[in-house]
Design a protein around this ligand. Sequence first.
Ligand code: GLN
Length: 485
Amino acid sequence: MTINQLTIHEAHRLLKSKQVSSVELTKVYLERIHQVEPKVCAFVTVTDELALRQAQKADELIASGDVNPLTGVPALIKDNMCTKGIRTTCSSKMLENLVPPYDATVVEKLNGCGAVIIGKANMDEFAMGSSTENSALFPTHNPWDLSRVPGGSSGGSAAAVAAGETIFALGSDTGGSIRQPAGFCSVVGLKPTYGRVSRYGLVAFASSLDQIGPLTQDVTDCALVLNAIAGYDSRDSTSVPSPTPDYTRCLTADLNGLRIGVPREYFVEGMQAEVETAIKTAINKLEELGAGVEWEVSLPHTPYALAVYYIIAPSEASANLARYDGVKYGFSYQADSMWEALEKTRQYGFGAEVKRRIMLGTYALSAGYYDAYYLKAQKVRTLIRQEFDQAFEKFDALITPTSPTVPFKLGEKVDDPLQMYLSDVCTLPINIAGLPAISIPAGFAEGLPIGMQIIGKPFSEETLLKIAYAYEQATDWHKRRPAIE
Ligand code: GLN
């Protein structure tokens, strides 16, 4: 075990028994960042001074016996979550110099646990994308193969965890942005049920789909981070006022009695054969571990999810992004006329993909098209949700690949938005239905990671973690680390 490959629970053990201090641990991670960041490019901001100050405070907490599993543990935050006094860019020129005056609830909660924030992670601009190439700052590279994408939009978060630059990270998931990069970088990524984690202080992309979640090295860590960030928040009106369990309690390797369905529509045409084989092998493993598996489940509305998503998400985005007018905050183009200032602020402040989404969204919401597009999409959204509800009368969980392929090459899909959108076919339906889903490492094809997605009914995070944990105990994919070269 080298010290820059510690999980949260391993670090906690060392910190608690005072074999290592948080300051020492933080220095090791800052050094690692210094060493690999020129190649991986996962950080927008490294908060070294703050981290060392927080580490010192964590050491004082530990000395006084006030230890939480996250106390003194380095954490990386996706750059669309507000951090008081720390630049929060959304990887956009629009917010390049924005320093929020407050913390997002999740950040407040991590601070409350005594976690050490070592930086802000690169992402696709305003979380729109699947490869982190839409970052207006620079692309992030996949630590498993630097010529490939880490996935997106939480590519910086996933790459940094895989590269050992942080012990864990937070990401956000609107259509797959935690799970897809987790799959591409061979880490664990959980998108909780809509409403489980507060969105207060998360820069809005598509508010009815956005959800924050953990990216970690293993399932135990995922449960520990979820424990820290889940729960009701009166500042988010969609936050659900129900108590949260201790998510580590469900981590038992016993799957007897669990019923798993395998929806055939997720094994899509054009899918890479090695991915299909790896996921089917993984499902066989779950069967061996005691789960009952039904292989031929059908969710016939699945193929419409992509179209529904690309009406609803841009519609909400076009409304959410209307606030960037050069007056209230962010980039501001100076011109004599108000209209010119507004136009040029948006022209120069937003990148191509963001503009594409705003145009799609305003079109779908405009009078005359609203019924045909937006309203229709909302109706199909209901059908998709109902179909999942029916499936969950019979099954505790559904299993699919996280993505149809292994990580693709940087540049391969940048000029073909539709191909890029297709890399999320397996993850989008879950946000449309508001469900929880986790991606866990499930194999490799020629050295490139493959992720398995486990989907559950609303608020069944414990079931997902249980299945993920049992699989993890029986395999060692999660223990492999990339050699960065
Ligand atoms: N890749 C999808 C998109 O571009 C999902 C992004 C996300 O989950 N934030 O919209």
